[in-house]
Design a binder for this molecule. Structure first.
Ligand code: F6R
Length: 609
């Protein structure tokens, strides 16, 4: 969703802001703008539409000279996408300009308060109150004004605040919305996400809630809400600019599909020592695990689908009952959890609003929380008792691929680790599974070159299909959920994932002549059951594309099209079968001319409810 970038230093700010905003485009937005300070005045250029419009309006930044500024991409929440609702927002006196990510929940009340004080509002946004509020409290000391304004705000925010009286510094603060500070010889930055500044620096400072930072040309100063200066550690980003570029691929999504073997290797590598799973990154002990009588996994979208895989794997290996819940449901259903519950939160971005709220609810109810997150220092990672990072690197395509695959990997690692500590599985079986896990990246690497043309061929046959079904049993069903979502979100073709045994309880009435059914038959012990399901739908006219393991070549006799995938332990099959499904979605979307990396209406991180 919205993106923020800010810079002050020895270079012109506008071109840096425009480049940063382009790198944030993947998050999803509908308008953009920049505010540049020069000679005690703040110039704002903003517009509905793409960054390229802003680029044209400012002639690549040349028309807005100045070495201090902030920029923003907006994904409309309060007020339609329009020039006037775009950020930055200026205060009435013109002294303050603000960019904001998040939602100011008490903005109506603040609006009324400020209106009575004579402030006139020009936009429909919640953000404009922040500009007026900082101005209202500003008596020559920006830090003081920030503290007073922030004290009045309820909700979530990452704010970049420029003051016309401060030619060398701007202010920033965050609460429950990501914001990092970047440090370089040429100047200093803020950004809602590392990708916006990675081409300038890898040295970053992660801010905590309600820490206010004054970002200066020569350095930064961070303060708590008592205006006491605090020391902030500097961290080094571990990935390079190439990770945030297409590197010769037509789309980020394809690049990220191809990066899966490396990403999974990176997720496993630091956690395997002498054939054992070692999770140094978490504090959970055997005694802690014994204390849990239940595990609840909560997440949204694909991360939820990873959770469904996690349920099967964790239950089988640890024998602890596992429940999976959508975060948006969990947070409002008064879940029955206590200190004997482990709540596992899964999120690529670490900032999904519903998932973050579910985490807070779990903590409030006394559960122990473990998050599986990709973005280092994100809100969910910070709030959880323990974090297992997925180390997938930046994921730019809106449709997740490598993050999902690494989420599965972390779930497998955690399940094996817990089974080892609890002794719920014999050591020999755990060793065998660890070996199978280690082999997964090589297996995917070998699968990709053959699978790409094969799925392109099948997409060329089926790209015009409508209302198709993905069916599977057990972990195949979990993979079907993800395959169906991938297709829907990037190709706009409706599909449904169904537990194959459930079809005959209603849905089979939708099967008619020529209806495409994608049957996942990769769980060996359920292979014959799946063949029966295939027979049932074919008898009603369906065209079946089936996925099975190489040892079940016989699938070709039952299906119209058969795709063979390499074999691993059935517990890990979702990791292999999802690859052809991702590629199928990709090529179908491509054949339909869809905007694959930025599907309509979608944002990469969903920071609103
Ligand atoms: C689908 C997709 C989304 C996300 C969901 C949760 O391809 O990417 O369904 O999985 O919005 O996002 P995170 O993982 O950032 O919490």
């Amino acid at each position: 969703m919205c993106g923020i970038v800010g810079f002050v230093g020895r270079m012109e700010a506008a071109p840096i802001l425009l480049e940063g905003l382009k790198r944030l485009e993947y998050r999803g937005y509908d308008s953009a703008g920049i505010a540049i300070e020069q000679d005690g005045k703040i110039e704002i250029v903003k517009t509905k539409g793409r960054i390229c419009c802003l680029d044209d309006m400012t002639d690549g930044g040349k028309k807005t000279p100045g070495t201090l500024g902030v920029g923003h991409t907006r994904w409309a929440t309060h007020g339609e996408p329009s020039d006037v609702n775009s950020h930055p927002h200026r205060s009435m006196s013109g002294k303050i300009a603000v960019v904001h990510n998040g939602i100011i929940e008490n903005y109506m009340e603040l609006r009324e308060y400020l209106r009575k004080k004579g402030f006139v509002f020009v936009s429909d946004t919640d953000t404009e109150v922040v500009a007026h509020l900082v101005d209202y409290y500003y008596k020559g000391d920006l830090l003081e004004a920030m503290v007073k304004a922030v004290n009045r705000l309820e909700g979530s925010y990452a704010l970049g605040v420029v003051c016309a009286d401060y030619p060398d510094r701007f202010a920033a603060v965050r609460k429950a919305s990501p914001l990092i500070v970047g440090l370089s010889e040429e100047g200093n930055f803020i950004a809602s996400d590392v990708t916006a500044l990675i081409s300038y620096t890898k040295r970053v400072v992660y801010l905590e809630d309600d820490e206010i930072v004054l970002v200066g040309r020569e350095g930064i100063q961070a303060f708590n809400m008592n205006k006491e200066e605090i020391d902030k550690p500097v961290s080094e980003v571990t990935w390079n600019i190439d990770a945030a570029e297409k590197g010769g691929y037509e789309h980020f999504m394809l690049k990220e599909i191809m990066e899966q073997p490396a990403a999974i290797r990176e997720t496993i590598r630091p956690r395997l020592k002498e054939g054992q799973v070692v999770l140094d990154d978490i504090q959970l002990t055997a005694a802690d695990l014994q204390n849990f009588n239940r595990i609840v996994i909560t997440a949204c979208g694909s991360a939820y689908h990873a959770g469904v895989v996690g349920k099967y794997v964790l239950e089988e290996l640890t024998r602890i009952p596992v429940e999976v819940d959508l975060a948006s449901e969990f947070r409002y259903r008064q879940p029955i959890i206590d200190e004997h519950t482990l709540v596992v939160i899964i999120s690529q971005s670490g900032e999904t609003a519903d998932t973050l709220a579910a985490l807070k609810e779990a903590k409030r109810l006394g559960a122990r929380t473990l998050s599986i997150v990709n973005v280092v220092g994100s809100a969910i990672a910070k709030e959880s008792d323990d974090v297992l990072y997925t180390w997938a690197g930046p994921e730019i395509a809106v449709a997740t691929t490598k993050a999902y695959s690494t989420q599965l990997t972390v779930l497998y690692l955690f399940a094996l680790y817990a089974a080892g500590l609890l002794g719920t599985r014999p050591a020999a079986e755990i060793s065998r599974l660890v070996q199978a896990l280690e082999a997964l990246p090589d297996q995917i690497e070998a699968l990709l070159p053959a699978c790409k043309p094969e799925m392109q061929r099948l997409a060329a046959i089926f790209y015009g299909c409508e209302n198709l079904f993905f069916i599977g049993r057990n972990l195949d069903y979990a993979a079907a959920l993800e395959g169906s979502l991938k297709l829907k979100e990037i190709s706009y073709i409706h599909s449904e994932a169904y537990a194959a045994g459930e079809l005959k309880h209603g849905t089979i009435s939708l099967i008619d002549e020529g209806r495409l059914v994608i049957a996942l038959c990769c769980q060996d012990r359920l292979f014959d059951k799946m063949r029966s399901n295939i027979r049932e739908v074919k008898a009603r006219g369906a065209v079946v594309m089936a996925l099975a393991t190489a040892q079940n070549k016989a699938i070709a006799e039952s299906a119209d099209q058969a795709v063979l995938v390499p074999e691993t332990d059935p517990l890990f099959m979702a990791s292999l079968e999802v690859v052809p499904l991702q590629l199928f979605a990709y090529y179908v979307a491509s054949a339909n001319g869809c905007d694959i990396d930025k599907p309509r209406n979608l944002a990469k991180s969903v920071t609103v409810e």
